[in-house]
Design a protein around this ligand. Structure first.
Ligand code: NAD
Length: 328
């Protein structure tokens, strides 16, 4: 099949070309949008990532241009208008699991860096400053870690935190029996918010989870709570979190995702003026650590993303089901 890739970086091209045998792949670095959609003329399908706009108007244009398949090279599909795709007879496939460990381990990396301030120590030592002032952290051992969403990534994350000797409490609409067997205690969302020293978000972004962390939920947290989000930016009402940091209710914030990340994350803007005042404000806090959506960025995850996406495309071409179709 002839597939147009959007929002591609050199590593996408490397991993996909390494594993591709049968399809004709064209890599565009621009994101899919109402304007760039015209680049899909002459293609059978497209491959998109987390911040590509796959709304109703783009889908209508894709259908007119003869696109039959949208292959997401990610797990989340909150950026796709499923109803519009269904109406246009365009099939959506995704990569439901590639390496849950990649994202779970990145959440732990944020916790460790925020707690022990390794990012600050690294810079200090490089400048010849060997002082330990203001580098005091806390033992993770025996702390309570709240996991919201215990699917593949939340499961991997909970088990790592158990390895540190943490007590893990969790909230999910579908509790995971093997985690219960391992000692994780499921409880209500309110209790997770109230009991945890560290809260990590691992649920998908849906109408129900939009701004799950907001002014009301922050009020319930312990003073000094560490909040980690490696899932989707809009799980958090960012302005409420800024207020929570200012009032010191939130003691630490680790973000790999941000509600307004599209057009910012994945790009080198070091010579540009940052126009997002909320992100700029977040970057001023000494207890905030932001990475630009790199949870998935491991050799293992990129390999699996390429192999599974290419298999999804091949299955569609053969009129078969890959099992990775996103249904309405
Ligand atoms: P998953 O589908 O395996 O697990 C999601 C879990 O969330 C499920 O157990 C589900 O029951 C639960 N859930 C759904 N709605 C809920 C609600 N209202 N309240 C509480 N729990 C709810 O997904 P996963 O593979 O573990 O991925 C989780 C999320 O991580 C994805 O949706 C995606 O947004 C994000 N993600 C981020 C990166 C990154 O690079 N930072 C990479 C991959 C995935």
């Amino acid at each position: 099949m002839k597939i147009a890739f959007f929002s591609t970086k050199p590593y996408d091209k490397d991993f996909f070309e390494k594993h591709n045998q049968t399809h004709e792949l064209t890599f565009y670095d621009v994101a899919l949008s109402e304007i760039s959609v015209r680049l899909t003329e002459g293609f059978d399908g497209i491959c998109v990532f987390v911040n590509d706009k796959v709304n109703a108007s783009v889908i209508e244009k894709l259908a007119k241009l003869g696109i039959k398949l949208i292959a997401l090279r990610c797990a989340g599909f909150n950026n796709v208008d499923l109803e519009a795709a269904h109406k246009s007879n365009i099939v959506i496939v995704r990569v439901p699991a590639y390496s849950p460990h990649a994202v779970a381990e990145h959440a732990v990396a944020l916790i460790m860096a925020l707690n022990r301030k390794t990012h600050k120590a690294y810079n200090r030592v490089r400048e010849g400053n060997f002082s330990l002032e203001k580098l005091i952290g806390f033992d993770l051992y025996h702390k309570t870690v709240g996991v919201i969403g215990t699917g593949k990534i939340g499961d991997a994350f909970a088990r790592i935190m158990q390895g540190f000797g943490c007590k893990v409490v969790a909230y999910d609409i579908f509790p995971n029996q093997s985690l219960i067997d391992s000692g994780v205690k499921y409880t209500s969302l309110d209790e997770v918010l109230q009991q945890s020293d560290i809260i990590s978000l691992h649920c998908p972004l849906t109408d129900k989870t939009l701004h799950l962390i907001n002014e009301t939920s922050i009020v319930q947290m312990k003073t000094g709570t560490m909040l980690i989000n490696t899932s989707r930016g809009a799980l958090i009402d960012t302005q409420a979190v800024v207020e929570g940091l200012k009032s010191k209710k939130l003691g630490y914030l680790g973000l790999d995702v941000y509600e307004q990340e599209s057009n910012i994350f994945f790009n080198d803007l070091s010579e540009e003026i940052l126009v997002d005042d909320t992100l700029a404000r977040l970057m001023t806090f000494p207890n905030v650590l932001i990475t630009s959506h790199q949870g998935f960025l491991t050799e293992e995850a990129l390999t699996q993303i390429a192999i599974i996406t290419l298999n999804n495309i091949t299955a569609f071409e053969k009129g078969q089901k890959s099992g990775n179709e996103v249904e309405l």
